[in-house]
Write a protein that binds this ligand. Sequence first.
Ligand code: ATP
Ligand code: MG
Length: 224
Amino acid sequence: MNENLICLSNLSKSFVSRAGTVEVLRGVDLSIARGECVALVGQSGSGKSTLLSIIGLLDSATSGTYTLCGSAVSSLSHYQLSILRNKNIGWIFQNFNLISELSVLKNIELPMRYNSEINKADYETIAMKQLSSVGLQDKAHSYPDQLSGGQQQRVAIARALVGDPDMLLCDEPTGNLDSKNSKQITDLLLELNKRGTTVLIVTHDNEFASKCQRIVQISDGEIN
Ligand SMILES: Nc1ncnc2c1ncn2[C@@H]1O[C@H](COP(=O)(O)OP(=O)(O)OP(=O)(O)O)[C@@H](O)[C@H]1O
Ligand SMILES: [Mg+2]
């Protein structure tokens, strides 16, 4: 059960702009085993979100190799990548990214529309199950602006869990929350990890980071 879910080798990322080339990630080597809970910490601008975007297949590296679930990402077609992205990765962001015009239930149903394996008739049952797992079943018909920040983040987590992803990628998920709500969210993430989901989380919360199995420190695009 100790196989690597993620393996990055000598990974680099540069952005080219009119001002020149900026090297944001420089020779990153990082492996994450299935079932691990890893905190990614580093100063603002050190490359945390860039690294997460590459791991989450939202962006690609300039050089180096990335192996996800045993496949070299660079060898996969757009179609294969979209399947991996949908099936294996759940995203949680600082600003929740819920759609304000949709009810809580419809927000959670959204990723199912891109998953042909889920029958439309089952959308609501699955969404309710995920909503219950984050303790918000009574908010199914509320809209995001009727919820507290912590509740919105729990809805976002329920949405990320649709499709039962192998891995949750969390980019400062408690950055907009007060300490009480932060604690609820970090406890929930630790609980999900205990149930088997691999968690990679960017955080500035040292107390939470210390509860993760491993802390990975990035500075100026390099892992220390
Ligand atoms: N699309 C882009 N084009 C040019 N530079 C970029 C781009 N995206 C990120 N960068 C630069 O890469 C560096 C790392 O950015 P990144 O967002 O990964 O940092 P971060 O560690 O997540 O910071 P924060 O803690 O503030 O969120 C920054 O200097 C940023 O300006
Ligand atoms: Mg960031």
